[in-house]
Design a binder for this molecule. Sequence first.
Ligand code: NAP
Length: 325
Amino acid sequence: MAQARVRRVALIGTGIMGEPIGGHILDAGYSLTVHNRTKDKAEGLLSRGAVWAETPAQAAADADVVLTMVGYPTDVEDVYLGADGILSAARKGAYLIDLTTSSPQLARELHDAAEVMDLHAFDCPVTGGEEGAIAGTLTLIVGADERYVEPVLGVLESFSSKIFYFGHAGAGQSAKLCNQVSLASCMVGWADALALARQSGIDEDLMLDMVSGGMGGSVALTRLAPRAAAGDFKPGFLAEHLRKDLGLALAEAEELEVTLPGAETSFMLYDTLCQVGGSRMGTQALELLYEDEGTSTAAGLDWSVLPSAEDEGHDHHDHHHHHHH
Ligand code: NAP
């Protein structure tokens, strides 16, 4: 009964996703130590019995399982490899599980670095959104096989309802990037449809209702288009994080010599949204790019930070301008 050994869990990153995940781990009866860059965001879990750690190393020091749910690959590098990082302190035999959507290459490096230290590290990005995290019904996308993960299944099942095993380190992240590429084109799809409906003068909500039940629908449309249509841009999933994911997907595509026109288009749109002040809005704020300037300014965007069309006209010989890396 290897599973019975797992009692102490550490969680680094208690943001939109990490906080509810930590709540399910507490509910399942594990002892939980937490660390987050901004301590305030851990208060909810601390008030429910989690213990604060000043650094990732301190959080990991006596944990059987260390979960990370931070923002960017650079954050993952910091919390694993930094001077006060997880690898400097984790106990032999511990499981290090990265839930962040991050780089496949980094996941392979962390796995290899951990193995030589007698630690078991694997990538485990998630899908299901803030709703799925709160409900404890996330889908887990594992960069390992079933046998490798079996000792920590109890922890993983406390906040998930489906687990897909992609077999080896980094493969979970590669699969997650496929999901993000598909998601991003769904987002552009419904945002295009909303813009066309508005201009046609037809009932937008009725159109969304009709589309959502058929081949033109998507979970993204069902959950997010009505929020955008109602002017609610509060983040469940941050626009800057989808921009990050598309950047990772395009970098991987370039490496593998495959062209992804949908990802290129959606990257450009999310990059623009982030540049004009939408990075901390939800991904549904994509819809604001289709609105007139008055409406998008009222919602919090600032187009004056971009060079105007006239300025661009002056340097139209500079083709490097449009590259995305
Ligand atoms: P978030 O609210 O920004 O949470 C990230 C948390 O990590 C923040 O609280 C942040 O601290 C903390 N953090 C970042 N770097 C750190 C470091 N070096 N040391 C300690 N703490 C650090 O974002 P989220 O929505 O939870 O997303 C987390 C990850 O999951 C992202 O990679 C995202 O792409 C992915 N994801 C999100 C969703 C979703 O729907 N939200 C769904 C699936 C996957 P601060 O409080 O200081 O910022």
